[in-house]
Design a protein. Structure first.
Length: 97
């Protein structure tokens, strides 16, 4: 999967890939580290790079790349707990957009 990075978002509707790209771009994670993330991989509280300051940048970049709006009320610990939880949240947001 790592060999697919980066793929322009306009060419990919794949939320998993977009999320991996944003984690790599915003948090400065290596391609290898991002490729190792699975559904159960912890994010907030598990990745030192993803602190409270980085959350805003991460969510803003996801909004831009996926053309969605993430309301303040949407943001909670559960949504940011794992890679899978964040991907599921983004898929639901995109379906509603």
């Amino acid at each position: 999967m790592a060999s697919k990075l980066p793929v322009p978002v306009a060419e990919s509707g794949d939320i998993d890939l977009v999320l991996r790209q944003v984690l790599q771009d915003v948090l400065g994670l290596s391609t290898e580290r991002v490729a190792e993330l699975d559904t159960d991989s912890g994010l907030f509280g598990h990745l030192p790079e993803l602190d409270s300051m980085a959350v805003a940048g991460l969510l803003t970049e996801l909004e831009d790349r996926l053309d969605i709006l993430i309301e303040d009320d949407d943001v909670d610990g559960e949504m940011l707990e794992t890679f899978g939880a964040l991907a599921a949240f983004l898929a639901a947001k995109r379906a509603d957009a």
